[in-house]
Design a protein around this ligand. Structure first.
Ligand code: HMG
Ligand code: MG
Length: 289
């Protein structure tokens, strides 16, 4: 019997570039996304409508979105932290946005200058706009295994936030192992707790590869029934506010590694390997030098 289809959400143009020291021009970001649009991803995160004082790499996401070639088979989304971001995203024409909070208050404070409770209050207002404008909303929970400031995070704390986002109306909740501390064992325990409160069909996994466990962690998530996987071309990325000692969070799990693992395990994925190779070469030549 053939294995199920796995949807890949390519987060390189957002989670990848937000953590690069170099700021890429909107034109370069458009070129990257246009390459990625040929690959067959279910969704591409094109950028963020956050404060350019906090994340200058993501300034001009409106221009980027407006200049990419939209593949009708792909969803294009961007991060939105507050009502101002939502307003800008709507003005730019986005039809899909992603909210983000965490299972750790200290991380959330450092990332968005607000407590988890304050974030969730803000999201209510964003969801009102989203419902009104029929915009799809994804919700991120960061630090689902461990927080760089508070240490281990309990599966129950993750499940509580995930359930809250689901009840607010998020179509999908992406569970982020922000600093890559997860192992297949801890990922399994976390997912079991979350799946008691949110249907597995509304969940995605988002692994960073700090300690080299990300591919194994994603495979464990698939074993648990997850069918949506976030990854970044060439393993770009990380959250600039996940750093404790001045070291930045290491990259996301590489899309190339996820596709190879899916092939090996016999999962369908819909990715055009040749187009992925072209996108990968583009990143190697233009971004990672
Ligand atoms: P704040 O400083 O508390 O905001 O930041 P404020 O409301 O006091 O405003 C400060 C200034 O920012 C003002 O400008 C606002 O107008 C402006 P000024 O008057 O000083 O000139 N401002 C904005 N400008 C553009 N767009 C906006 C916006 N909002 C305010 N939306 C804020 C609060 C949330 C804005 C800030 O903390 C922020 O932008 N944080 C974003 C941090 C971020 O992007 N982190 C990375 C993404 S999360 C991640 O990577 C994790 C994930 O990958 C999952 C995982 O791996 O775990 C998703
Ligand atoms: Mg991330």
């Amino acid at each position: 019997m053939s294995k199920p289809f796995i949807h890949i959400v390519e987060v390189g143009p957002r989670d990848g570039l937000q953590n690069e020291n170099k700021i890429f021009s909107p034109e370069m970001r458009v070129q990257l996304i246009d390459h990625l649009s040929e690959c067959g991803f279910s969704e591409i995160e094109v950028g963020s409508f956050v404060s350019p004082k906090w994340v200058p790499q993501m300034a001009n996401t409106d221009k980027v979105y407006q200049h990419i070639h939209h593949n009708p088979k792909c969803r294009y989304s961007a991060l939105v932290p507050n009502e101002r971001g939502m307003k800008d995203a709507m003005a730019a024409g986005l039809r899909c946005v992603s909210l983000f909070t965490a299972a750790s208050d200290t991380f959330n404070q450092k990332n968005t200058n607000s407590t988890i409770a304050e974030s969730l209050e803000t999201f209510k207002h964003i969801m009102d706009v989203a419902r009104d404008q029929e915009v799809r909303v994804r919700g991120y929970v960061s630090c689902v295994i461990s927080c760089p400031f508070e240490g281990d995070v309990s599966p129950d704390a993750v499940a509580t936030i995930a359930e809250h986002l689901f009840k607010l109306g998020c179509a999908e909740i992406s569970l982020g192992d922000t600093i890559g501390r997860g192992t297949p064992h801890s990922i399994e325990a976390m997912l079991k707790a979350v799946m008691e409160r949110v249907p597995v069909g509304n969940l995605a996994i988002h692994c960073h590869d700090t300690f080299g466990h990300a591919v194994d962690n994603v495979i464990e998530a698939l074993n648990q029934g997850i069918r949506v996987v976030d990854s970044a071309i060439n393993g770009l990325g990380g959250c600039p506010y996940a750093s404790k000692n001045g070291e930045r969070a290491k990259g996301n799990v590489a899309t190339e590694a996820i596709v190879a693992a899916l092939e090996e395990k016999g999962y369908a994925h819909g990715i055009n390997i040749e187009a992925l190779g072209c996108a990968s070469a583009f990143v190697k030549e233009w971004i990672k030098f």
